[in-house]
Design a protein around this ligand. Structure first.
Ligand code: SF4
Ligand code: SF4
Length: 145
């Protein structure tokens, strides 16, 4: 019971000051001046044969998308496949909801030039995918004489 009360207190305090309770589930972060977003690589969805890929034909073209709506754009499949054979591949599109464990995602800062010496102030946002190590260690080196 004491633990429940403590958890409720932490939850309410976090909500009050706007801290994300599960940063892993956020698709964007605005907790410093950098502005980061999660993006997903649709080329990987095809490569891995994800069962949530759907496709349909319209106007003589085939379009693909994600049934889970991790990304919500529909992409011309032939253009996607052609781009995947080139250097750099098709690239990424914005994640619209929390990625699933198999999604190929990354965190992209919108304003890399605004990053400062502190690095990321919300390191959990960069902990993708969830199966990997979920912490970072920062070392502060100081002179002890
Ligand atoms: S669930 Fe993830 S891997 Fe599967 S289609 Fe959607 S974005 Fe791609
Ligand atoms: S650098 Fe870190 S704290 Fe800043 S917006 Fe990106 S994820 Fe959030």
């Amino acid at each position: 019971m004491a633990l429940e009360a403590h958890n409720r207190f932490v939850h309410e305090a976090a909500v009050e000051i706007g801290i994300p309770l599960r940063a892993q589930d956020e698709v964007e972060c605005r907790h410093c001046a950098v502005h980061c977003e999660k993006v997903v690589h649709p080329g990987a969805c095809i490569r891995m044969g994800c069962p949530f890929v759907y496709a349909y034909e319209a106007w003589g073209r085939t379009y693909m998308g994600c049934l889970q709506k991790v990304f919500d754009v529909e992409i011309d499949l032939s253009l996607l496949e052609a781009a995947e054979t080139e250097l750099g591949g098709f690239g990424a599109v914005r994640a619209r909801r929390s990625p699933l464990p198999m999604c190929e995602v990354e965190v992209v800062p919108c304003y890399r030039s605004r990053e400062d010496e502190l690095g990321c102030r919300n390191p959990e946002f960069h902990e993708l995918p969830r199966e990997r190590a979920s912490f970072r260690v920062f070392a502060r080196v100081s002179d002890v004489s």
